[in-house]
Ligand binder design. Structure first.
Ligand code: CA
Length: 226
């Protein structure tokens, strides 16, 4: 399994090596920045599991940076620990209101910081996607497996995703356009007809259970349990 990446943004570079030593020893990958700008550039192409952010940076206000990251779709779910020399209650509340997930005052014990990092990552560990069910069909997104009456069915990736979409909102009618969009997001060569072909193949593979996928004439498809 790939090691979790922790990123530190902190202008006190003495802390870089100290944290690197302890976090790497604790089994993490580690990357440090002394300023906000190169860190933001780095974030364009990399996705840390957790960010440790200093409150006072030479080229940015750590709090503003925290708020920025928490408002941005791509980075919103990355937990942030704020580092600060300010330790009074007002600042603590402010930090949390800006979306920081935890808060640690300088000077701090590196051990405590590492413990907090681990605790937050445990809390944020994504839960596995739920198993979807409809009639006799069970779809396990994580194992990429479809069963009908406990019998495994082999589907192509497109068929699998189609079924997943329909099962994720049973009873909802998905237009062909919406399905095209969800499956191929804007690729031009696929047509409405493509959806019909995949649906028809999917139904055939599901056997009797395939009848639960209903064609809503002129609109699209839905999955409906009887
Ligand atoms: Ca600082």
């Amino acid at each position: 399994m790939e090691k979790n990446l922790i990123v530190l943004v902190e202008d006190e570079t003495a802390l870089h090596e100290l944290l690197r030593l302890h976090l790497e020893k604790a089994g993490f990958r580690f990357k440090a920045f002394a300023e906000a700008k190169p860190f933001l550039d780095y974030l364009e192409k990399n996705r840390p599991e957790l960010i440790i952010l200093d409150w006072m940076l030479p080229d940015a206000d750590g709090l503003e940076l925290c708020r920025f990251l928490k408002n941005k779709e791509e980075t919103r779910s990355i937990p942030i620990i704020m580092l600060t020399a300010k330790s009074d209650e007002v600042d603590r509340i402010l930090g949390l209101e800006m979306g920081a997930d935890d808060y640690i005052s300088k000077p701090f014990s590196v051990r405590e910081l590492v413990a907090r990092v681990k605790a937050i990552l445990r809390r944020f560990k994504p839960s596995p996607p739920p198993i979807l069910r409809g009639g006799p069909i069970t779809l396990d997104p994580e194992r990429h497996e479809v069963m009908v009456n406990d019998e495994k069915i082999e589907l192509t990736p497109v068929e699998f995703n189609l079924l997943k979409i329909l099962l994720s909102r049973k009873g909802w009618v998905f237009t062909r356009d919406r399905l095209l969009d969800l499956l191929w997001s804007g690729e031009k060569f696929v047509t409405d007809r493509t959806i019909d072909v995949h649906i028809s193949n999917l139904r055939a593979k599901l056997g009797k259970a395939g009848e639960l996928i209903k064609n809503i004439r002129g609109i699209g498809y839905k999955f409906e349990e009887e």
